[in-house]
Design a protein around this ligand. Structure first.
Ligand code: F6R
Length: 608
């Protein structure tokens, strides 16, 4: 986890670093710090808690200087505290390091360094890095960093400044994201693009094991053998304010409302009436598709829930057996994989450690990997054989909404693409399905018009301790996502169950006033869901039902009903999830929770 930034230029570094960190708080926010060089001296300021604490401290005790590094932390090794905050230094206070990732052999290295007389101040894995650089320093900072990197195992994006070479910033990455921003006579490093967008749109996307040396004259990319690396500049075309709140009270609400647009963006030039599904980024051949005998979809959290929808639609449309599994389980078993297995990983960030590990395991066994990710240049996108980008834009709220929606769209597009290539469906059938999905953005707009009634329901149930989500078929997949969204944003205990499982245990939990959200959009399962609603109502539950327009029956049983527009029930998850996202959002607001940054969570889980 964590976000790092760095600056070399003519401006005062402190405000630039703090501003950059504010765009990276989604990566972690339990402490923050900066190290700035001024007149050959290295000054470190760091504080436990939100970035605001650091900002206040820098206002009280300003630090001058135009070269520096910064860090926003999500604790892994060592509690959030001033000591454990980054930047970390060597004992002499001449070398300072920010780090995102985990040094796996830090205990061994710490013992080795302690044996050589080094003393450590923190409990972190990171602190071994400045000590190693110190140990190896013989007059050349880059050489010392290269030697240090050879010693450490694990994942890292590292930024280093030193009063020994006060005009230089050195950075390196392996398995953690890092970009370089190229301004006019000023340069930046950052874990993610929004951190530099106020200054530049020209970016180098770093690869693993690449070193960057920055001074006021420019940027050099080097291999571990100090050979120069040429890299094309990636020009960012999305708006700086795409990463801002745009008038909404929270990023989560803004992102929920962006869904009609991002669905369209994700379909653009891929799903067109009268034309085959076009996936330019995907190189898999028709013959390879025809030979696929099994698909594994592997992901974490919300992305996993998108995968469950993927299983339903791919099996239904393309007639390929699909298994869906959470990456942290998949990576540690021995899945049956052969050259005809297709592995699909879904990851908004493209940096989730477990998903990445599962991808690598599978590739090593010879299977092809298709990645669905939202971040261009992310590690997942670089390591997969094929990539289908979701065009959700930067998602800042920790709770995923628009990225999930575009992941669903990706599942439908892939299912249609496979169905077409396997000649499973006729052209006419495919055209009808394409028309359905092309109409979804407009229907999502209609669902969003119901915002007030959902807000109203949230105001009735926000004090509840427990909530249950019930659904069958695709609605069960949506129930899981609705339940996750509620618990992570409002801290209400919630569970999702398949309607048919109710009598096998969960019904024992239903009592007077238990809140139950039932999803009943699947026409062939509708009556079964109505029976489930009756079962929980009889036991005193307060029921909010989600149903398709025209299923007015449901009003006779549920306390409140939210309707979604008529749609082929295969595509209903794209609409049904929206009221559940809004329910989570308004419940969280009503409870006074930190909507965009729920406790204990970070946006991108880059450690196991
Ligand atoms: C929940 C949420 C998480 C992520 C999960 C995977 O709202 O956002 O459950 O879905 O951490 O993250 P990515 O998709 O970046 O791999």
């Amino acid at each position: 986890m964590c976000g790092i930034v760095g600056y070399v230029g003519k401006r005062q570094a402190a405000p630039v670093l703090v501003e950059g960190l504010s765009k990276l708080e989604y990566r972690g926010y339990d402490s923050a710090g900066v190290a700035i060089i001024n007149d050959g001296n290295l000054n470190v300021t760091k504080c436990k808690g939100r970035l605001k604490n650091l900002e206040n401290e820098l206002n009280r005790n300003p630090v001058a200087g135009s070269i520096g590094i910064g860090h926003t932390r999500w604790a892994t090794h060592g509690q959030p505290s001033n000591f454990n905050s980054h930047p970390h230094c060597n004992e002499k206070g001449t070398i300072s390091v920010v780090h995102n990732g985990i040094i796996e052999n830090y205990i061994e290295l710490r013992e080795w360094l302690t044996g050589k007389g080094h003393k450590f101040l923190s409990e972190t894995d990171t602190e071994v890095i400045p000590h190693l650089i110190d140990y190896f320093y013989e007059g050349d900072l880059l050489d010392a960093v290269i030697k240090t990197i050879k010693k450490i195992e694990g994942s890292y994006a590292i930024g280093v400044v030193s009063s020994l070479e006060p005009d230089k910033l050195i950075a390196v990455r392996k398995d953690s994201p890092l970009i370089v921003g190229l301004g006019k006579d000023e340069y930046f490093i950052a874990s993610d693009i929004p951190a530099v967008l106020n200054y530049t749109r020209d970016i180098y996307l770093l690869e693993d094991n690449e070193f960057v040396v920055i001074n006021k004259e420019g940027v050099e990319l080097l291999s571990a053998n100090k050979e120069k690396i040429e890299r094309d500049i990636y020009h960012v075309t999305w708006n700086a304010d795409a990463a801002e709140k745009g008038g909404y009270e929270h990023f989560m609400l803004k992102e929920i409302h962006e869904q009609p647009k991002v669905i369209k963006d994700t379909m653009t030039s891929r799903v067109m009436p009268g034309k085959p599904i076009t996936l330019d980024d995907i190189k898999i051949t028709k013959e390879q598709i025809q030979n696929i005998d099994k698909i594994y979809i592997v992901a974490c959290g919300t992305a996993y829930h998108a995968g469950i929808v993927g299983k339903y639609v791919i099996e239904k449309l393309a007639k390929i057996p699909v298994e869906v599994e959470v990456a942290s389980e998949f990576r540690y078993r021995e899945p049956l994989i052969n050259k005809n297995t297709l592995m699909m990983v879904i990851s908004q960030s493209g940096e989730t450690a477990d998903t990445l590990a599962a991808l690598r395991e599978t590739k090593a066994l010879g299977a092809r990997v298709l990645a669905v990710t939202n971040v261009v240049g992310s590690t997942v996108s670089r390591e997969a054989d094929d990539v289908l980008y979701t065009w959700a834009g930067p998602e800042i709220a920790v709770a995923s909404t628009k990225a999930y929606e575009t992941q669903l769209v990706a599942m439908y597009i892939i299912a249609l693409f496979f169905a077409e290539n396997k000649n499973i469906l006729s052209k006419e059938q495919i055209e009808i399905l394409k028309e359905e999905i092309l109409n979804i953005p407009e229907k999502v707009n209609k669902v969003l018009e119901n915002e007030k009634s959902i807000k109203n329901f949230a105001s009735k149930v926000y004090e509840y301790k427990d909530m249950f989500f019930l659904g069958r078929g695709l609605d069960y997949a949506v129930a899981m996502e609705g339940s996750l969204k509620l618990k992570e944003t409002s801290y209400i205990h919630s569970e999702a169950y398949a309607g048919g499982e109710l009598k096998h245990g969960p019904i024992a939990l239903i009592e007077d006033g238990t809140a139950v959200v039932t999803i009943a959009t699947q026409d062939y399962l509708f009556e079964k869901m109505v029976s489930n609603i009756k079962e929980v109502k009889t036991r005193g539950a307060k029921v909010l039902a989600l149903a398709m327009e025209g299923s007015s029956n449901v009003e006779k049983t549920a306390d409140e009903v939210i309707y979604i527009p008529q749609v082929n029930s295969l595509f209903a998850p794209l609409l049904a999830v929206i009221p559940l996202q809004l329910l989570a959002y308004y419940t969280s607001v009503k409870k006074g929770c930190d909507v965009d940054k729920p406790r204990n969570l970070a946006k991108s889980v880059t450690v196991e």
